[in-house]
Ligand binder design. Sequence first.
Ligand code: NAD
Length: 283
Amino acid sequence: MGTYAVTGSASGMGAAVAQKLTDAGHRVIGVDLRDADVIADLSTPDGRASAASGVLGLAENRFDGAVLAAGLGPTAGAERARLIIEVNYFGVTELLTAWQPALATAGNAKVVVFSSNSTTTVPLVPRSLIKAFRDGDAGKALRVAMRFRKFAPPIAYAGSKIALTHWVRRTAVAPHWVGEGIRLNALAPGAIRTPLLEEQLETPSERKQIESFPVPVGGFGDASQLGEWAVFMLSPAADFLVGSVVFVDGGTDAYFRPDDWPRPPTLPRYVLKTRQWARRRRL
Ligand code: NAD
């Protein structure tokens, strides 16, 4: 049986994952603002450092996997964009960076990061926002998002999840991740019935927008089913799964952009990447 760190373990999909892992006999180290083994606020650098070291201490610097589910939804409010930026992006990348040696020690660790189908279904997210995340500049990310005024939370949300998913894909194939046996992937849910979604549904205008959003299968997803997907992505079935983004969204992504992906690489990128690979492998 393994040891797994789960952020956002007190509610919604994080709680569903934690319960399923515990039921299967694994040890779960939960991280959240309340009702968790490690109580920490992932919206501040100090809180993230204390969450990272708290888990490393309890796991004795070796654990078999992690699920990063802590996050905030794009509800309205002055503070919301800042919290989204801090928790949804830095609350994942800083923790995983700190945990990499402990995951590598396990030899065959699996990591699942909660992304979102907002990555491919929200228009007008500026490149400068994605770049600010990539540069590690939370202040700049907030300034860019705030230009969208009342739409700052949804833009910050989609931007945080796009940048996070890019980070997952870049990091997953880096030698010190895949080369050290770690399988890092992202799960991209659509609208799933959890307290995060319920909070959005409480506002009539947001409810109207959410209920009129195209979902080909109809209705909302189920937190327990998403928990099953995450647990599957922690299992040996994921030994050959690296840098993938698994959409479980009732068909919304396919509806909006059926022909955008898959798409072949350009010839210059193909040549460059194959040469880099050969150099790395000394072929
Ligand atoms: P949820 O609100 O039920 O759970 C999120 C958890 O994150 C909560 O327990 C909360 O306390 C914790 N959290 C929030 N801020 C924190 C902070 N500062 N420090 C520590 N913990 C904090 O949400 P959920 O719907 O289960 O969402 C899980 C993940 O899935 C999130 O990353 C969310 O963005 C993503 N997601 C959700 C949906 C959806 O429709 N529910 C859709 C796509 C993606």
